[in-house]
Design a protein around this ligand. Structure first.
Ligand code: GSH
Length: 265
């Protein structure tokens, strides 16, 4: 079977939201692969007919359309892009070895299942709940620090090796929120002394040309996050969040969605 090509016979369109880290993942992967794509900004308060048609199950962004067919969920879209254009720009996103591939998938799941919700909870909580959320972020960063220092990714510049790979994209596109939340919430999330390997990796990631082109300016994100936080406080929802058990992931996800939503921009 022919692989999709980036020629004019094959079209790529991305439905996304400007501040959404999941959207940035797909944008960054397409840029790293040198693939051209059309971009359509979505408003969560009023999703476009395209979004509702192509993602009726979750009604979420990002949605990647390849020749009109939808690829849903950001991590699945990254894998699709890598499999469909394996040689593009000489930039494989996944390692060749099956064990290494399994490790990448596992840590991608960790990013969305544990780290992301913990970071979101820092933003959506206050007081003791927030202290516990900060602690959760630190516990999760400790795990990544260990992997970079002496685990599966030891000695690497990026999780992907000498260049950005799929796990770098997934972790990196969420990590700029750490700095945004540190400033807005006046908490310390990434202490370079406590997490030297993670901090070095993040600096390297942020230095990449394609990353700079993808991630919005920090001032814009700060203004956006402050607006959302203000809205949450006025609705009383920030103090309702606690960092215990069952409420953790639900609240964390909800807040990440809120922060990533484009409606306040
Ligand atoms: N697992 C999905 C998550 C996507 C997601 O949560 N998208 C959010 C933005 S961060 C969204 O579209 N929210 C809109 C809504 O819930 O109405 C992925 O990785 O693509």
């Amino acid at each position: 079977m022919d692989r999709p090509s980036s020629s004019s016979s094959s079209s790529l369109k991305l439905l996304g939201s400007w501040a959404d880290s999941h959207t940035h993942r797909v944008q960054l992967a397409l840029k790293l692969k040198g693939l051209e794509f059309e971009y359509q900004e979505e408003d969560f308060l009023s999703p476009s007919p395209d979004l509702l048609h192509h993602n009726p199950v979750y009604k979420k962004v990002p949605v990647l359309l390849h020749d009109g067919r939808a690829v849903l969920d950001s991590v699945i879209a990254l894998q699709f892009i890598d499999e469909a254009w394996p040689a593009a720009a000489d930039a494989p996103l996944m390692p060749a070895d099956p064990f290494d591939r399994a490790a990448v998938r596992f840590w991608c799941h960790f990013a969305d299942d544990k780290l992301g919700p913990a970071v979101g909870l820092v933003f959506s909580s206050s007081g003791e709940g927030q202290k516990a959320a900060v602690e959760q972020v630190h516990e999760n960063l400790k795990l990544l620090e260990g992997e970079l220092r002496e685990g599966a990714f030891k000695g690497r510049r990026f999780f992907g090796g000498d260049r950005i790979g799929l796990l770098d994209i997934v972790l990196g596109c969420g990590s700029y929120w750490l700095a945004v939340f540190e400033e807005v919430m006046e908490v310390k999330l990434v202490d370079p002394e406590a997490f030297p390997f993670f901090s070095a990796w993040l600096r390297e990631f942020e230095e990449q040309k394609e990353v700079k082109e993808t991630i919005p300016a920090i001032d814009k994100l700060l203004e956006y996050a402050r607006g959302i936080r203000q809205m949450m406080l006025s609705m009383g929802s920030a103090t309702a969040a606690t960092a215990n058990g069952a409420t953790t992931s639900a609240t964390g996800n909800a807040s990440v969605d809120a922060v990533d939503s484009s409606s306040a921009a």
